[in-house]
Design a protein around this ligand. Structure first.
Ligand code: NI
Length: 136
């Protein structure tokens, strides 16, 4: 039997966290680069999408692992000791504490799965830092 109070709470929660959507349509709304948007929060983990182009900044995340999934284009993930090409349909996990720099020679679309506390520029604060990730 359904508890009405519980039902209302969960209905509201679903609305706020947008439990379904179309990723291509949401990407079409994004015009800037390197500015992740929140698709959904799953427990304490964010699912984010972004368009990227050019070189980002070298940084690391003290406490967060970052999962990058390439939706379109290709991503070059640079580490201090190597670099890895990540093609559309592929993913790469960057462990916490590991310095990295994402680079995209052409416009590339990515999905990020990372703790909600993750700041895009990690330990660095500069013009590309997004303190509050907006939902889309
Ligand atoms: Ni990072």
């Amino acid at each position: 039997m359904r508890d009405d109070v519980d039902f209302v709470f969960h209905a509201r929660h679903r609305e706020e966290t947008r439990t379904r959507g179309n990723i291509a349509a949401k990407l079409a709304q994004i015009e800037d680069h390197w500015s992740p948007r929140l698709l959904a929060r799953v427990n304490d983990t964010d699912v984010r999408i972004a368009k990227i182009k050019g070189e980002f900044v070298w940084h690391h995340h003290e406490a967060e692992d970052e999962f990058f999934f390439v939706l379109k284009g290709r991503l070059l993930m640079q580490f201090r000791d190597r670099e890895e090409w990540v093609e559309a349909g592929e993913y790469i996990l960057v462990p916490r504490g590991v310095e990295h720099r994402p680079v995209a020679p052409e416009e590339t679309h990515i999905m990020l799965i990372e703790p909600a506390s993750t700041v895009n520029t990690g330990n660095v604060r500069n013009a590309r830092t997004v303190e509050v990730v907006e939902a889309i």
